[in-house]
Write a protein that binds this ligand. Structure first.
Ligand code: ZN
Length: 67
């Protein structure tokens, strides 16, 4: 919610893996290697979805707000 409206064309894309300037051939990555790294991360993420525990319920039932 900060500067997402900025035109991306003016900002040089950086490789999200190592931070080097991205190569058009491998964008948004700088190389095939980083592209593979991201792909493997993504694949792992798919198979390792963080389990969100929903056991914690907020104890806000006694908030009556009298004043
Ligand atoms: Zn890279």
């Amino acid at each position: 919610m900060t500067d997402q409206s900025l035109p991306k064309a003016l900002k040089p894309r950086k490789c999200p893996i190592c931070g080097k300037p991205a190569e058009p051939a491998f964008k948004p990555f700088c190389s095939k290697r980083c592209s593979d790294v991201d792909l493997s991360r993504w694949l792992k993420g798919v198979y390792a979805i963080p389990v969100v525990e929903e056991d914690e319920r907020p104890d806000d039932e006694e908030r009556d707000g009298g004043a």
